[in-house]
Design a protein around this ligand. Sequence first.
Ligand code: C2E
Ligand code: MG
Ligand code: MG
Length: 558
Amino acid sequence: MNELKIEDKLRLYASAFENALECMMITDDTRRVIAVNPAFERITGFSPAEVTGKRPSFLDSKTHNMSFYRTIWRAVRVNGSWQGEIQSRRKTGEIYSEWLSITALTRGGALHYLAVFTDITHRKEYESTLYALANYDPLTGLANRNLFNERIELAIKRAAHSRQKLALLILDMDRFKSVRMTLGQATADQLLLAAVTRIKKCLGPNETLARLGGDEFAIIAENVHDATDAVRIARDVLSTMSRVFLSKEYERYLTCSIGISVYPDDCVDANFLQKNADTATYRAKLRGRNNFQMYGPDMHVATFEQLLLENNLRSAISNGEFCLFYQPIVDAETGKLARMESLIRWNHPELGLIPPDVFIRSAEESGLIYKIGEWVIREACQQFQTWKANGIDLPVVSVNVSAVQLRKMNLFSIVASAIRDNRLKPGELELEITESSAMQNSDASFGFLKDLGSLGVGLSIDDFGVGYSSLAYLKRLPIHRLKIDRSFVRDLPEDSDSKAIAAAIIAMAHSLELGVIAEGVESLPQLNYLRSINCDEVQGFYFAQPMPPNEVDFARYQ
Ligand code: C2E
Ligand code: MG
Ligand code: MG
């Protein structure tokens, strides 16, 4: 290549300076501006005339302190150059980010400085969008699992350093899958947002909420004194969630189960802290949901999923791990014992009593419900016989029967033989069938229910009001009683909708000559209202919780 002549070289350099896309600024040794290129004016808004002879402090964004600038100039002095990100101010006052390099030019005895910079505002915005996408949940704006993992690690480091405790609470919404199925994705998201808003209000400045996935959330509580601080948060969350969620699209209750693990009491590592809190959440689910559990070392024996394995249930039958609790149903007027409902419990050797909600569905899916159901019927009849032999005057024992059992024809012979073997009159046994299962099975169950009816066994429709019963169909079934679902009793006597529904169910049932039981009665005002609308029988914690047969105080209901 030919050597360029001096003038040509200078022209070429000047053209590079004029046409460069990067801003260029040359200053003298006192840092006063000698020259700026057109890109400089384009980006900063300052013309060459405005800046020549001035120090570049007109670009100062006031976002950096003096020591920041001192560090830069020290680097230029020592190394001859500095590069980095810096915030500057345009003529309009707008602050922007630039990538700046400063070089000291020492040729020919004179000292100059060359500053070259590019506007990186867009790149920064893009980066921060990427960061948000990677670290925040778009629906709730909460930290996602990614950022949560970083935060819990940091929080543990801080706690270790300051010798403080730290609690991790993992919250899982109860039955959210079915909420999503009934409400649809968009409305379920709205409900979740409403829940997050409530949960946030329970948290203080040392507590952060994250969304770990679908309906799973985590709270990191720093600087806790002991586990009672974490318990307070869990209680507050459960309590704020217990109010109904109301919007144009829905009117729903949404509860959650909470597991708590404490650093350094339970473990000293973020991974284990999470695993332990998870295990405790599963335990809360096992304990009937809508509650919290503290992690304990005994919890590792079995997790929720493992427990639900068929094998576990199967061995539960052969090991005799099921038992029946009993809950009285009393006459609303006289307070006398009208019947006793049997409610199954799984007495797990390590986990203790597990409520039916947790395992009935999996028993139904695996077909084990046939064996379990048969055991329940025989056990309840035998208990009734034992009470009778002890001189206890109990009119009726009732047994819950699952929809799946109704599909199997030998239920009739099981019921008949249980009655015969324990010398019961058929009317002393009653079966409770949920509204939906009675409707689902239509023809097959209809024939079967009719056979049972003709045998003289009582039949009641459980959880009435939550399904979609056809009244005509109801009339064809040989049933004796309706049990009004707990959800219509809960808000009595304040809620006018509940009042209207309860009164309508009772009036309708009576006109079809059916008796009515209200379940879930927890207070005297509820009882008084139910009496005033002629409800026949009542059941609920106001009278007694379900309990083992030897704990029932029959004298109370004489
Ligand atoms: P269910 O037959 O409607 O039973 C009523 C449930 O409400 C029971 O829950 C009972 O403990 C609870 N309860 C009673 N009074 C009150 C109250 O005042 N307030 C509140 N909040 N709750 C009250 P549990 O024992 O957990 O049983 C749940 C469901 O599991 C039962 O609902 C029934 O459908 C089913 N189940 C129970 N035992 C059996 C069984 O042996 N076989 C089958 N297939 N299902 C069963
Ligand atoms: Mg029942
Ligand atoms: Mg019920």
